[in-house]
Design a protein around this ligand. Structure first.
Ligand SMILES: [Zn+2]
Length: 164
């Protein structure tokens, strides 16, 4: 059994914990609380150890919900970008803008257009769902300048049944 990093005793058992993050947003503060995050919990001192992968996922979930709730700030944008593992230059390349613009957003000197938040939220949701659709589309938009020689052929897909 692993030892607790705080009390050094071999008291860690599988459990869950809560991850909290607070950000400035529009002159105030907004707090995200992610419950039920898998962790090794110390029976002695109560310390919870969250694996890096789970912590990263908890942070992405928090970012997604905060953006859905309308939270907006340079600090939130910067933190979300880093939770996605993107450099400022990476995000700039995806959006077809300069890294300086990303820096101005993240330092609250310029407010990004509302659509920027949509794209960032889509990037987060894609990551949580294990797909890369938004990133792929942005990359295609950034490089695709070739004329098409053949039609794009696709099969009709019926809509998923709603409700039920
Ligand atoms: Zn402990």
């Amino acid at each position: 059994m692993k030892r607790c990093p705080t009390c050094k005793k071999a008291n860690l058992t599988k459990g869950t914990t809560t991850v909290e993050r607070t950000f400035p947003s529009r002159g105030g503060k907004v707090r995200a609380v992610v419950e039920n995050v898998p962790a090794l919990v110390c029976r002695g001192c109560g310390e919870a150890v969250v694996a890096g992968e789970d912590l990263g996922r908890a942070e992405l979930i928090a970012a997604s919900r905060l953006m859905d709730a309308g939270a907006r700030s340079g600090a939130l944008l910067s933190w979300t970008r880093r939770a996605l593992g993107l450099l400022a230059t990476d995000l700039a390349a995806l959006l077809g803008i300069t890294a300086e613009t990303v820096s101005r957003w993240e330092n609250d000197r310029v407010e990004p257009e509302p659509a920027v938040w949509n794209v960032v939220a889509d990037l987060v949701d894609d990551r949580l769902e294990g797909r890369t659709r938004t990133q792929d589309r942005l990359r295609t938009a950034a490089v695709s300048r070739r004329p098409f020689k053949a039609p794009v052929t696709v099969r009709f897909e019926p809509a998923l049944a709603s409700g039920g």
